[in-house]
Ligand binder design. Structure first.
Ligand code: DCP
Length: 642
C-alpha cells in the first residue's frame, strides 16, 4: 500500500541512479573481449537455452528482450553472446553482481544521503551538496562544465536552435532561475561528475534522473538510457504525468492501478487531476486517496533513507515449464539449497555488518493440474528467523507445508511448484561497541529452552551457527545503556512470554531520578529495583523461537538512534555465566512503579500483545475506546481494529 507523506517544507533535490544492463556490464568487465558485442546474461537453466535476465544495448538493437529464452534470442540475433550466471548449489549465484553494486554505492554515497534501492539502483539526496555548490560555486561561475552535464536531457526545455549542449549550458547557468531550478542545475552537474567517477573507477556506465522527489527522479532515470541523465524541472511535471500510463508509476503496477483503470477510467497518471481528494479518499481510503491526489501533481514526501546495505536477503529459483517441482522431496531438496545460501548470506551480514535478520519468509509460485486459469495463490508465509542452516531449512519446510495445505485445500489436488524463494528481512543493526561477533553467541544456552508449538512450529532455540565456531543460540547482550530502545520493550514481551529473562539496571546510585529523566516512552514509568548491584549492566536474552506465521509480528522496528545510545559490552562468559545471567535476572527483575503515574493512553500506543501484558502487570482494566476515530493518520494504527 502506498503511504502518503506530506511534501517536505523546503526544496529538495534527489537523484535516482540506475546502472545500465547491469549484469551484462559486470560480465563484460570480467571479459573485456565481450565489449561492443551483442551480449545477454542467461539464468542457469537447460530449458530452451535458459531465461535472459539482462540484455546489453547492442543486443537490444536486434530485438532481443529480457522475456526471451536463449534459443529465441539466437533466432533474432545469431551472433549474440549468451553468458551464464555463475552457479552455486544448482542455482544462480549473484554474489559477483551484488559486490559490483556495492562498489558503485560506495562511490555515490560520498556525495549525500544514499539509499540502495536494489542490486543496481540508488537514490541520493543531493540537497545539501547542491545548496553548498550554489553558495560557493554556482554553475554560472564555473570555468568549465563537464560535457556529461551538458548532455543532460532537461524535460520541458524548448530547443532554441543553438544545438542542445549550448541550450543546456544556458539552462544550467541561468541567473534568473528560481531557487528550485538552480538546485536542479547544481545537482545535474554533481550527478554528471559522479557518473564520470563511477565510470573511471568501476568501468560501469549508469543513467540518472534528477528531480525534486524520489518518484520523479525514478521516472526520469529510465527515460534516457544508457549512460545519460534526465532532469525534471517543476514546470515539466504536468506534461510528464499527463501521458504517463498509470501502470508505469511505482505502486500502481498492481491492483490499485487496475482499479484506477477499470473503476475510474484513469489511463494516465495525469487523468487523476480531475478527481477531488475527497472522492479519491472515499474510494480508496484517506491515506491512499491523499497519496493518489498528490502523485497526480508530482508531489511526494518520501524521504531518501540512509541505507547502504540491502533491506533484506532473498534466494529464489524458478522451475519453468516441465521443470516444475511435483513432489515434496524435490521441494525439500531445493528449499535446502536456497536456505543454505540464505544462511550464508545472513551470517556474512552478521559478521561483516553486525546486522541480524529477524523474519524468514517463504514465497512460492504454484499451480494445480486440474485448474485452468487463475486459481488460489500459494500464500506467502513468515516466521521469526533462527540462525543456522539446519534451523532455517527446518522452518522453511514448515512454512512450505503450511502454505501447501492452504493452497491445495480439502480436495488434495495435484500441484506443481514453478518458483520458490526464501527471504530474510527485518534486518536490524546490533549496537556498536562490541569487539567480536562470535562473542555474542553462547553455547549451552541452546539446550536450555523449552519448546512450545504454534501453528505447527516448535519454539526451538537458535541453532548451531556454522561460521561462528559451531556454537548456537542468538546473541546474549550485556548492555550498558541509559535508555531502553523500542526493541527492548518488545523483548520484555517476548522474553516473558517464553519464560526467559530481561533485566535493566541503571548506572549510578539514584536510578529512580535518573530513569524519570532519561527514559522515553512507557519505560519511563518503570523503576528499576536492583539497587543492590551498582553494576553497569543490562542483561537480556532475546527470545528466539518461531511464533505463528507472522505478518503480524508483535515486535516493533527499533529506532536506530537508540542503538547508538546503547553500548554493548562483550559477554565473554561461557555457559556458566549464561546460567548466572538467568539466575541473577530472575531474582533481580522486579519492576517498581507507581500505577497512578501511568498514563493509560501511553499503553494504548503499544502493540496489542504488549498492551495485554503490560495491563497484566499493572492490573489495569482494558480501556474502553474513548477517542472517536477521526480522519487523521492515527486511525490507521492500533488500536483501530481488534
Ligand atoms: N534482473 C534479474 N531478473 C529480472 C530483472 C533483472 O535477474 N527479472 C537483474 C539483471 C539486471 C539487473 O537485475 O542486469 C538490474 O535490472 P534492471 O531492471 O535495472 O535492468 P538492467 O540493468 O539489466 O537494464 P537497464 O539498463 O534497462 O536498467
Amino acid at each position: 500500500m502506498p503511504i502518503h507523506r506530506p511534501a517536505p517544507q523546503g526544496s529538495r533535490v534527489i537523484a535516482h541512479v540506475d546502472m545500465d544492463c547491469f549484469y551484462v556490464q559486470v560480465e563484460q568487465r570480467k571479459k573485456p573481449e565481450l565489449r561492443g558485442l551483442p551480449t545477454a546474461v542467461v539464468q542457469y537453466n537447460a530449458w530452451k537455452g535458459g531465461g535472459l535476465i539482462a540484455v546489453g544495448y547492442e543486443a537490444r538493437k536486434f530485438g532481443v528482450k529480457r522475456s526471451m529464452r536463449g534459443d529465441e534470442a539466437k533466432e533474432v540475433c545469431p551472433d549474440i553472446q549468451l553468458i551464464q550466471v555463475p552457479v552455486a548449489r544448482g542455482k544462480a549465484d549473484l554474489k559477483l553482481y551484488r559486490e559490483a553494486g556495492s562498489e558503485v554505492v560506495s562511490i555515490l554515497s560520498a556525495k549525500g544521503r544514499c539509499e540502495r534501492a536494489s542490486i543496481d539502483e540508488v537514490y541520493l539526496d543531493l540537497t545539501d551538496a547542491a545548496e553548498l555548490m550554489l553558495s560557493e560555486a554556482p554553475p554560472e561561475t564555473l570555468e568549465t562544465i563537464e560535457k556529461e552535464a551538458l548532455k543532460s536531457h532537461i524535460l520541458g526545455l524548448a530547443d532554441d536552435g543553438k544545438g542542445s549542449e549550448e541550450n543546456v549550458r544556458r539552462w544550467l547557468c541561468r541567473d534568473d532561475a528560481d531557487h528550485e531550478d538552480k538546485l536542479l542545475a547544481c545537482a545535474a552537474i554533481i550527478v554528471a561528475q559522479l557518473r564520470i567517477q563511477v565510470m573511471e573507477e568501476t568501468q560501469f556506465t549508469c543513467s540518472a534522473g534528477i528531480a525534486h522527489n524520489k518518484m520523479l527522479a525514478k521516472l526520469a532515470s529510465a527515460m534516457h538510457k544508457p549512460a545519460q541523465q534526465t532532469v525534471v524541472q517543476t514546470s515539466a511535471v504536468k506534461d510528464l504525468l499527463a501521458s504517463l500510463p498509470v501502470k508505469k508509476m511505482k505502486q500502481l503496477g498492481g491492483k490499485l492501478g487496475s482499479s484506477l483503470q477499470s473503476d475510474l477510467g484513469v489511463k494516465a497518471v495525469g487523468d487523476l487531476l480531475q478527481f477531488p481528494v475527497e472522492k479519491l479518499q472515499e474510494r480508496y481510503g484517506t491515506n491512499t486517496g491523499s497519496w493518489l491526489w498528490n502523485i497526480a501533481r508530482g508531489i511526494s514526501g518520501e524521504e531518501v533513507e540512509s541505507r547502504l546495505l540491502p533491506k533484506s536477503h532473498g534466494c529464489g529459483k524458478t522451475f519453468p515449464g516441465p521443470q516444475a517441482l511435483k513432489s515434496i522431496s524435490s521441494v525439500e531438496h531445493w528449499l535446502n539449497q536456497l536456505c543454505e545460501e540464505l544462511s550464508e548470506r545472513i551470517q556474512d551480514d552478521l559478521d561483516q555488518n553486525k546486522r541480524i535478520a529477524h523474519t524468514l519468509t517463504l514465497h512460492a509460485g504454484a499451480f494445480k493440474y486440474n485448474e485452468k486459469g487463475l486459481g488460489r495463490k500459494f500464500p506467502s508465509k513468515s516466521c521469526p528467523l533462527r540462525y543456522g542452516t539446519a534451523k532455517i531449512q527446518e522452518d522453511a519446510k514448515k512454512l512450505f507445508d503450511s502454505g501447501l495445505r492452504d493452497f491445495v485445500g480439502p480436495h488434495n489436488d495435484r500441484w506443481g511448484i514453478a518458483s520458490l524463494s526464501v527471504t530474510a528481512s527485518k534486518i536490524l543493526d546490533i549496537p556498536s561497541g562490541t569487539s567480536s561477533i562470535s562473542s555474542f553467541f553462547q553455547d549451552k544456552d541452546c539446550h536450555s529452552l523449552s519448546s512450545s508449538g504454534c501453528d505447527g512450529f516448535n519454539n526451538d532455540h537458535f541453532p548451531p551457527s556454522p561460521s561462528v565456531n559451531k556454537i548456537c543460540t542468538r546473541p546474549v547482550y550485556h548492555v550498558q545503556q541509559l535508555r531502553p530502545s523500542c526493541e527492548e520493550i518488545c523483548d520484555v514481551h517476548e522474553t516473558s512470554q517464553q519464560n526467559k529473562t530481561f533485566n535493566i539496571d541503571v548506572r549510578g546510585a539514584s536510578p529512580r531520578k535518573r530513569k524519570r529523566k532519561e527514559l522515553g516512552s512507557i519505560l519511563r514509568y518503570f523503576q528499576v529495583s536492583d539497587s543492590s548491584t551498582k553494576q553497569v549492566v543490562d542483561e537480556f536474552t532475546q527470545a528466539d523461537a518461531p511464533l505463528p506465521t507472522s505478518d503480524s509480528e508483535s515486535y516493533m522496528e527499533p529506532d536506530p538512534s537508540e542503538h547508538q545510545r546503547s553500548n554493548l559490552v562483550r559477554n565473554d562468559n561461557n555457559d556458566e555465566n549464561s546460567t548466572h545471567v538467568n539466575e541473577t535476572t530472575q531474582t533481580s527483575t522486579a519492576w517498581h512503579l507507581n500505577v497512578e503515574d501511568v498514563d493509560p493512553s501511553v499503553i494504548d500506543e503499544l502493540p496489542l500483545e504488549i498492551q495485554r501484558e503490560v495491563r497484566g502487570w499493572l492490573c489495569l482494566p482494558k480501556r474502553v475506546q474513548a477517542t472517536k476515530r477521526g480522519s487523521d493518520i492515527t486511525q490507521y494504527f492500533f488500536p483501530a481494529k481488534k
